[in-house]
Design a protein around this ligand. Structure first.
Ligand code: SAM
Length: 231
């Protein structure tokens, strides 16, 4: 049996590639985007009342991780990429039907557009549905999860003076909290857990329209080297 679903909109996101996106929402509050609704949901009626809501659940497609063959076990990056686990015990992107879910902050609402932040979504992500977060039902004080018991431990982020100036310039041009975005995302340590970085090895990722490059001068510490217009 199969059912058809079609997106109600697409996310325009600060994240242009998968690498360096936080592993869950809310970990980088400066991660912002716009959910652009498509017809017929781009009319004001569809979002009427949402201005009374601070956060929404987004159900979306991991459109850049879709697979034909279902996996029963996955190797979540959080567990170092070496330990496999039942797909339903994880929030891995490779999963049946490729459906993701994130609670995001709703910063502004207008007909056809929702401004959202704290996102963990790639640019172009198709959104299947939007539902208001309902604190009395969605907060479970007694909930536990021994697979993912706490947010990832943060590491220190330093800047070369020139890199910070570059980021501040682009932040002003973009009118976005770019310095905070870079610090919040890199502090999660985007590098795969199994990869031990040498101080010479450089990493990079695109945020908005800039390429950010960094290295690890010592274990557990990132230094941002440059923030340049993306090629
Ligand atoms: N909060 C969601 C969930 O639990 O279903 C997503 C969790 S998943 C572990 C987060 C990762 O998904 C991000 O770090 C990013 O690399 C990846 N991602 C985000 N949007 C994606 C997309 N549209 N297609 C493929 N991967 C995506």
């Amino acid at each position: 049996m199969s059912y058809n679903v079609s997106p109600v909109g697409f996310v325009r996101s600060c994240f242009k590639e998968k690498f360096a996106i936080p592993r869950q929402p809310q970990l980088a509050p400066a991660a912002r985007g716009v959910l652009e609704l498509v017809a017929p949901f781009d009319k004001g009626e569809a979002v009427q009342g949402l201005e009374q809501v601070s956060h929404v659940w987004l159900l979306f497609l991991f459109h850049q991780a879709l697979e034909d063959k279902p996996r029963l076990k996955v190797r979540p990056p959080r567990l170092g990429g070496n330990t496999s686990m039942g797909v339903f015990a994880t929030r891995a992107t490779h999963r049946p039907n490729g459906i993701g879910q994130s609670v995001v902050k709703l910063d502004n609402v207008e007909a056809g557009r929702l401004w959202i932040s704290g996102i963990d979504l790639l640019d172009g992500t198709p959104v299947l549905d939007i539902k208001p977060y309902v604190p009395y039902a969605d907060i479970i004080d007694t909930a536990t999860n021994d697979v993912a018991s706490a947010a990832p431990q943060l590491i220190g982020v330093q800047w070369l003076k020139t890199a910070l100036q570059q980021a501040q310039g682009h932040a002003q041009r973009l009118d976005e909290p770019l310095v905070e975005l870079i610090e919040q995302c890199l502090a999660q340590d985007p590098r795969p857990a199994y990869q031990v970085p040498t101080s010479e090895r450089e990493y990079g990722a695109q945020f908005w329209d800039v390429d950010v490059r960094w290295h690890y001068p010592e274990p557990g510490m990132i230094c941002v080297l440059e923030v340049l217009p993306a090629q």
